[in-house]
Ligand binder design. Structure first.
Ligand code: BTN
Length: 258
């Protein structure tokens, strides 16, 4: 278990990590960061836990991670950006974490729409963005990330799709160092967010995504759409060329048709 002091030592960030809350066990770091957001806590605050009893994933799913071997974190942000660009914060976090992991491991990291990071084609990181919108605009954002770092075994139903850095790279990682790297990358990229230069983030995200030009299916709760993944929409949606025309999707599980 790392302490808040250890994490902050030598971090040297401007915004991200100015306040850090560390828990041994918590229900969900995202839920905690949302409580902080409602209470007016400053942006850049980070919540870290060794274990979550109610880790949240997309579409009401759970995020399950072994205790003490992974990274579970949420970052509270209050960027002044238009509401319609708020979804791009997932791409911002993806790019920052991809850069950090790539530097730590030397392995190329792929982005998968909408919120996954892959290593050797398997998911090792999921991001859950929870935006709180008011009439005037984005009130605050919580960006939660679960990074499978040193976990070596996964439940049988996830075995084919999930992995960890340790499994892919056959070495264990210092989680404190990796977390500091992630917070530093988020901090330096946050300047682009602040300045509204989210197109730079989208470009790097798209360069890390291999599905463009390929036939994909997007499974949503009530339908499945098939089409060629063409590009990212300016707001982070996925533009598909379908037999009936061009459409943009904002949620769903994507599979490349082989
Ligand atoms: C997904 O792939 O469905 C997104 C998973 C996000 C999980 C992380 S773990 C830390 C943070 N706290 C949560 O409750 N969820 C996110």
């Amino acid at each position: 278990m790392f302490s808040k002091e250890e994490l902050q030592q030598g971090l040297n960030t401007r915004t991200i990590g100015t306040k850090i809350f560390v828990f041994e066990t918590i229900d969900s770091t995202n839920a905690c960061a949302k409580t902080l957001g409602d209470a007016g806590t400053e942006e850049g605050s980070v919540v870290v836990a060794e274990f979550q009893t109610n880790g949240r994933g997309r579409h009401g799913r759970s995020w399950i991670a072994d205790p003490g071997v992974n990274l579970l974190l949420s970052v509270l942000l209050r960027p002044v950006i238009p509401k319609d660009l708020a979804g791009l914060l997932t791409l911002y976090a993806s790019v920052a974490i991809a850069r950090a992991v790539e530097k730590a491991s030397g392995c190329p990291i792929e982005c998968k729409w909408p919120n996954d990071l892959l290593l050797n084609g398997k998911k090792f990181c999921g991001i859950l963005l929870e935006n709180t919108i008011q009439q005037s605009g984005l009130s605050y954002s919580v960006i939660g990330a679960g990074v499978n770092v040193n976990q070596t075994a996964f439940p049988p139903e996830l075995e084919q799709r999930a992995t960890s850095l340790a499994r892919e790279c056959s070495t264990t990682y210092d989680r404190k160092e990796l977390l500091q790297r992630i917070l530093r990358e988020m901090d330096s990229l946050y300047d682009d967010v602040r300045l509204g230069k989210l197109d730079r983030v989208s470009k790097e995200w798209a360069n890390r995504c291999t599905m463009f030009g390929q036939l994909v299916t997007v499974e949503q709760h009530d339908r499945t759409i098939s089409g060629v993944a063409v590009k990212l929409h300016y707001d982070g949606g996925l533009v598909l060329e379908t037999p009936t025309g061009t459409t943009t999707v904002y949620a769903g599980d994507v599979t490349v048709v082989v």
